[in-house]
Design a protein around this ligand. Structure first.
Ligand code: PLP
Length: 417
């Protein structure tokens, strides 16, 4: 048999098995079925921009990226050493699905909760996903005040729920009001997702604001609250935890937190949820079939992060506050931008509609693409957070990078009114 004939036979029998026919052109085409649950979901715009900036850099372009949400500080040495020690001493095995007891009890003690009310996951993001997968039935609604962290709506959609986006503009300090909350609640509402300090605006809810939202929630006993407090410790005004202000709602509150931002441990992937034991047990059921327990070595390191010297939190907060003040002053001096003062986290979220209109940019995405391609500075358009007409700049970057990025922006906008 010649090689050609042999190839023909192999292809023909393959097609016969796959398609029940010899196929007209004898091409093998693998079919791929994308699940309906991820219809309309794409790689996050933050990741896309960061990857575009990295690609331009690798081609030799001089690009300053102020787009990602992670501190530029290294993980503190004593935490890295704890991981090293844990690995050498054999803490390299599966842990309980809900996490190492040491870490869970440190988290519980800190929150005034019991161990049974704590689950450790592979990042705060996994807690969010577990919670939605464990509690939503098709069509159940989740209220998400916008601007919101890009993943919220997609996680809800992926879990079969319906994100109900409530616009909270600059005039409201980017915060949900009781009237807007009341108007958004329906029979199908299962959760309200709150994030304070906020990504992308840096807004921090005061105790009074939380209490007024609590008054509405008290009337709607089927609505649970997911309070994402991952930027706790990165606050420039007093910060309060939802569950501490509203203990009467603890039996339907899931507090989400982790070591990623405060301790510069984004890559270690340790987050946690604190909530009623029955909810935590449902989250463990989901997690047990996806990742099992989080990385044993990272859990040992996170335990030391929480129980060791906390003075670094104050030092870093002071450093970030200085950067925030510099960045906001520089942005306020640029024509066409309006820049509120963030009260927490490490982002600023200026309105750019004035600059867009004068430069003829129809939307914030083309404006950000222009800044990247023509001026070498990568920023994320507001539409990625559900509020077009803004951009998000992260100031968790070195002074040198901030100076360079800001002067490129000033140069791009010079001459505007
Ligand atoms: N929640 C918010 C508001 C965030 O901004 C992020 C990360 O950017 C996360 C959760 C996820 O944190 P983790 O790294 O612990 O998964």
């Amino acid at each position: 048999m010649t090689n050609n004939l042999l190839n023909f036979c192999v292809l023909a029998s393959y097609n016969l098995r796959q398609n029940g026919s010899f196929g007209s052109d004898m091409m093998i085409t693998a079919s791929f079925h994308r699940a309906e649950r991820i219809n309309g979901l794409e790689i996050s715009e933050i990741v896309q921009i960061s990857e575009q900036a990295a690609a331009l850099k690798s081609l030799g372009h001089d690009v300053v990226s102020l787009s990602t949400g992670e501190p530029d500080f290294p993980t503190p040495v004593h935490i890295v050493e704890a991981a090293h020690k844990a690995a050498l001493s054999g803490k390299t095995r599966y842990t309980a699905t809900i996490g190492l007891w040491d870490l869970r009890s440190a988290i519980a003690a800190n929150a005034g909760a019991s161990d049974a009310e704590v689950i450790v996951s592979t990042g705060a993001k996994q807690v969010l996903a577990n919670a939605m997968l464990a509690t939503l039935n098709p069509g159940d609604e989740v209220i998400i005040p916008a601007p919101f962290w890009t993943s919220y709506a997609d996680i809800v959609t992926m879990a079969g729920g319906r994100p109900v986006i409530v616009a909270c503009g600059m005039e409201d300090g980017f915060k949900l009001t009781p009237a807007k909350l009341e108007a958004a609640i329906t029979r199908r509402t299962r959760w309200l997702m709150l994030n304070s300090p906020s990504n992308p605006t840096g807004a921090v809810y005061t105790p009074t604001e939380l209490r007024t939202l609590g008054e509405v929630l008290t009337r709607h006993v089927n609505v649970w609250v997911l309070s994402d407090e991952i930027y706790e410790h990165l606050n420039y005004v007093p910060f309060v935890r939802f569950a501490d202000v509203l203990p009467e709602l603890r039996d339907r509150t899931l507090s989400v937190n982790g070591v990623s931002k405060a301790y510069s441990m984004t890559g270690w992937r340790i987050g946690w949820g604190i909530g009623p034991a029955k909810l935590i047990s449902a989250l463990a059921t989901v997690q047990g079939q996806i990742t099992s327990g989080a990385c044993s070595i990272a859990q040992a390191a996170a335990t030391v992060a929480l129980t060791g010297d906390q003075s670094l939190l104050c030092e870093r907060r002071t450093e970030l506050r200085a950067r925030r003040d510099r960045v906001v002053a520089a942005l306020r001096a640029m024509p066409g931008l309006e820049c509120p003062l963030p009260e927490g986290a490490f982002y600023v979220f200026p309105r750019i509609t004035g600059a867009m209109a004068q430069l003829g940019h129809a939307d914030d995405a083309t404006f950000c693409r222009w800044l990247l391609e023509d001026h070498g500075v990568a920023l994320v358009p507001g539409r990625a957070f559900g509020v077009p007409g803004h951009l998000r700049l992260s100031f968790a970057y070195s002074d040198a990078e901030l100076t360079k990025g800001l002067s490129r922006m000033a140069n791009a906008l010079k001459g505007l009114r």
